[in-house]
Design a protein around this ligand. Structure first.
Ligand code: NAP
Ligand code: GDD
Length: 344
């Protein structure tokens, strides 16, 4: 039986990956942090087969202990301060966890004697590209496109990416970086735009909420389903040779399109009126204002457009996304309708 250690077990991808690895017969360990983590009980109930180890990406001794306990064949580093907006408000914490935390875990692998045996996955991100016009390839970002991060999060992830590559080259370690474009689903945190929208739509339908407030609705993202993406992570670590792979859908959609499709799920057509901060989304039938702009959700620097090119992963890993954009929106709204009904 193979053993795997997942950091970020309480996060969106951690849950999907734990389930996948358990189904594949792995002994699954997960790192949980904090003296009082309310997600601990939820994780214990939902994933009873995961053995939890208390550790923190900023505490190297705890990571060495985790390595010695789990004795993993594979380590998936999913832990991070992962919210781009939050990273502007807590830039140093973001650097410590999302950036330097990766160095801590790589050193923990070496110090616990796993340098030649452990395979390591680093959760790199499309945020490293930055979406600027000058570095935007026509057919989408590939593994060798130019990086230009636009947030403390993106910068920290770029450090993490390069230190992972450096350890691969310096110590011949089996380290792969997945450059993943946005992936969503019912497990997505409510602070991210897709889940914020699907949850608000469900609550509006059930009369629990009046209006959805958003920031920049013209940003475009390459949105896939998280369940598809963890399969790609696993495939990367099954290759004889480590490498870097973009996982994406090859399509890009605006936040505005996501909102329109989500309201369609509850038979509401949204019409837009007004401009910039005074723009509103109105129910075409009733004339009720359902969407407003709140500049509080704007970011000091924005990534306007992300579009990934997953050709390498498709060819070398035999990976492709299964869920498309409209099915993703449907899945999320339907899930939140059930969830919110169960709380009535
Ligand atoms: P997520 O839901 O925000 O989960 C982040 C996880 O990191 C949580 O389990 C959190 O634990 C843990 N964590 C935070 N600080 C920690 C620390 N100091 N020590 C140990 N654990 C810590 O993120 P996700 O969406 O699953 O994404 C997984 C990874 O992929 C992240 O690294 C993210 O940056 C990257 N990524 C995500 C996407 C995407 O679209 N989802 C795309 C590209 C890359 P707590 O529960 O204790 O807070
Ligand atoms: N969160 C949020 N909340 N975003 C909003 C809102 C809002 O109310 N209104 C508009 N947006 C816009 C953001 O400005 C951004 O352009 C876009 O919606 C997506 O925001 P998020 O859902 O927060 O995701 P992200 O693209 O910034 O970051 C996610 O994807 C990255 C991969 O590209 C995160 O999962 C990162 O961890 C990940 O690396």
């Amino acid at each position: 039986m193979k053993s795997a250690l997942i950091t970020g077990i309480t996060g969106q991808d951690g849950g999907h990956l734990a389930k996948l690895l358990h189904e594949k017969g792995y002994d699954v360990y997960g790192i949980i942090r904090g003296q009082h983590n309310p997600k601990r009980l939820i994780t214990e109930v939902e994933f009873p087969y995961v053995k939890l180890i208390e550790a923190d990406l900023t505490d190297q001794s705890s990571l060495i202990r985790a390595m010695n306990t789990a004795k993993p064949d594979e380590v998936y580093n999913l832990a991070a301060v992962s919210h781009v907006g939050y990273s502007f408000k807590n830039p140093q914490l973001t650097s410590d966890v999302t950036g330097k935390g990766v160095l801590n875990i790589l050193e923990a692998i070496r110090l616990s004697g796993g340098e030649k045996t452990v395979r390591f996955y680093q959760a790199s991100t499309s945020e490293m590209y930055g979406g600027l016009e000058y570095n935007r390839p026509e057919n989408g970002y590939t593994e060798d496109a130019v990086f230009h991060p636009r947030s403390p999060y993106g910068v920290a992830k770029l450090y993490a990416h390069w230190i992972a590559l450096n350890y691969r080259e310096s110590y011949d370690m089996h380290i792969s970086c997945g450059i993943l474009f946005n992936h969503e689903g019912p497990r997505r945190g409510i602070e991210f735009v897709t889940r914020k929208v699907s949850n608000a739509v469900a609550r509006i339908e059930l009369g629990k909420q009046e209006v959805l407030e958003l920031g920049n609705m013209d940003a475009k993202r390459d949105w896939g389903y998280a369940g598809d993406y963890v399969e790609g992570m696993w495939r990367m670590l099954q290759q004889d040779k480590p490498g870097d792979y973009v996982l994406a859908t090859g399509e890009t959609h605006s936040v505005r399109e996501f909102v329109e499709l989500a309201f369609k799920e509850i038979d509401i057509t949204i019409e837009w009126r007004g401009e910039a901060e005074r723009e509103e989304g109105v129910d075409a039938d009733s004339g009720k204002v359902l969407v407003k702009i709140n500049p509080e959700f704007y970011r000091p620097a924005e990534v306007d457009l992300l579009l990934g090119n997953p050709s390498k992963a498709e060819k070398k890993l035999g990976w492709s996304r299964k869920v498309d954009f409209s099915d993703l929106v449907k899945m999320m709204v339907q899930h939140d309708l059930e969830l919110e009904k169960s709380k009535l």
